[in-house]
Design a protein around this ligand. Sequence first.
Ligand SMILES: [Zn+2]
Length: 297
Amino acid sequence: MKIKYFQYGKGLKKICFVAGIHGVENTGIQIALELMKFLKNSNLNYKAGILPLVNIEGALKETRENPVDGKDINNSFLNKKPVSLSDSEKIAQYVWDIAGEYEWIIDLHSAGFARYLPHVIIYEDRVIEDVKYFGFPFVVKRKTGKSGNRNTFLAMAAQKGKKACALELGGGQTVFIEDINYGMGKIINFLHYLNLPSGPKKEKLIKTDPDQIYLRDCRKIIKVPHQGLLFFRKRLGDEVKKGNTVAELLDTADFKLTKLNAQISGKIVYVRTKNNINSGETAFMVLAKRGGDNKGR
Ligand SMILES: [Zn+2]
């Protein structure tokens, strides 16, 4: 299947959006489709590119990886070219050949069988001053970056000196319509910050509170100890204290319920949306309450 690429506007290649590198991340894909409508009807003074669905096979089969070779396309961006490329490496190469020509690369993701509270992920400090103008409630800098050895899209962008970030936009298998409207609003805010589209700027651009820019990954990830059915007692976005019960796990063999508690105080930023869960899979994530205390500096 051929991966579709769309380009809008005239002039410099300013910004490229890439979605669906992971197959079960439908909020990113739907936002890419909405962006195509928006950009088509905008007066663009730069070129904007969109690759709305990279992992077509994965999207159809509901797998994060590329079903053709079982690999994660977002771990297939190779700096050195081997003699032969796997299908995922070929796809990553195709994506890079297009996106790598733009000044900005925005990689659209979402949770898989879960829902994220929308936010920005960065690898490098140098883009903080820009990405705060999406206006998302928080920004997290993840460990893997220029010095990391993982072959991710963002790591490649860092190596090549491109400005890049990833957006976690909401639900994966299930799309929540409010996440689409919310994410679109934030992306349009960022486009106005970059002066794209041209025309009068919004009076006041929203930006992320400096206290909510996490320079180290302060998410506490709670995985389940055994297979079972997961039932939540708190909602995505709820503030919890250390020790609060967030969910319960039913063991279908002995019908015992195990409490899954928050291990730190903070905000629930990720909840699984699929009730059946296997041992070792993630039930929820809590982000430490105050970025200011957790900058790692
Ligand atoms: Zn993803």
